[in-house]
Design a binder for this molecule. Structure first.
Ligand SMILES: [Zn+2]
Length: 281
């Protein structure tokens, strides 16, 4: 009886807590999906989606070298328009252009690594964001929201192999999001300007989030705790959550609780913030 009352109390605290129940979905290999979910509409913006004359509905004379993840909302406060870093990384370019990305929108180029040390760049386009070049991001960090776009609000997500942002050439029809049809018969990398199928990439590679090592810095604690259990990290460094002295909201960096955890059937609970079934680090 005592036990069920305790669990009920815990569950109701979770429901009332400031952290939403919206879970950020991951690929089978452990990358976060950039808009937080796997089931998104790509509309005409599929990988290598083509124009009307070539069996698609993409812009005439062009083909698409990324994937559009439709968010279907103009409310930038909505979680449906949230965009997340697929893994740990660093912003190497912030490119803002009304013509390219929509009014007030930007693109972030974030350098990421796979678990094998392979470097790739994620292109997150049509974004409203306060982040800037050289900012570091952790896996699953909220990096912005999708902004207005005439054909429907969405994230344009691209993956470039290597650590070099390829050039663009308007007169030759070479871009970061689309290519002119006259490049269609070329071989990679010229065909896609060094971009590869982003969904296939996320599903067939593993992220380097330092998940298997003992965290040594607060940043690593955040990264690891986030990847394991959601929106909270705990301190001290290298401790299990059983021994936590502080819990930190990862999105804001603020301390939300001092050691207010308790064991319920082997699970650890931070009041108001949720249950951590496997909190050992
Ligand atoms: Zn696109």
């Amino acid at each position: 009886m005592m036990k069920s009352v305790k669990i009920l109390l815990v569950l109701s605290l979770c429901v009332m807590g400031p952290v939403s129940s919206y879970a950020i979905e991951k690929t089978l290999t452990g990358f976060y999906w950039p808009i937080g979910e796997s089931g998104f509409d790509q509309k005409c913006g599929t990988w290598l989606g083509r124009d009307n004359n070539h069996g698609g509905c993409y812009f005439t004379g062009k083909y698409h070298i990324g994937v559009d993840m439709m968010t279907y909302t103009n409310n930038s406060d909505s979680e449906q328009s949230h965009v997340y870093a697929v893994s740990d990384g660093k912003i190497i370019l912030k490119h803002c252009s009304n013509d390219s990305w929509g009014p007030g929108n930007c693109a972030l180029f974030i350098e990421h690594k796979t678990i094998d040390g392979e470097v790739f760049i994620g292109l997150y386009g049509h974004l409203r964001t306060f982040l800037k070049q050289d900012d570091e991001v952790y896996a699953g960090k909220l990096i912005g929201t999708t902004g207005e776009w005439s054909n429907g609000e969405h994230l344009h997500f691209g993956v470039i192999l290597g650590n070099t942002i390829p050039g663009t050439n308007v007169s030759q029809g070479i871009g970061w999001g689309m290519m002119s049809n006259n490049h269609w018969n070329e071989d990679w990398p010229n065909k896609t300007n060094y971009f590869v199928d982003p969904i296939n990439f996320l599903n067939t590679h593993y992220p380097n989030n330092d998940l298997n090592s003992n965290p040594q810095t607060e940043q690593e604690v955040h990264t690891k705790a986030y990847a394991n259990s959601g929106r909270l990290a705990w301190l001290p460094l290298g401790s299990s959550c059983k021994d936590a002295t502080k819990w930190i909201d990862i999105d804001t960096g603020t301390v939300v609780a001092d050691k207010s955890i308790q064991s319920v059937d082997g699970n650890y609970v931070c009041e108001n913030y949720g249950i951590y079934p496997n909190c050992s680090m």
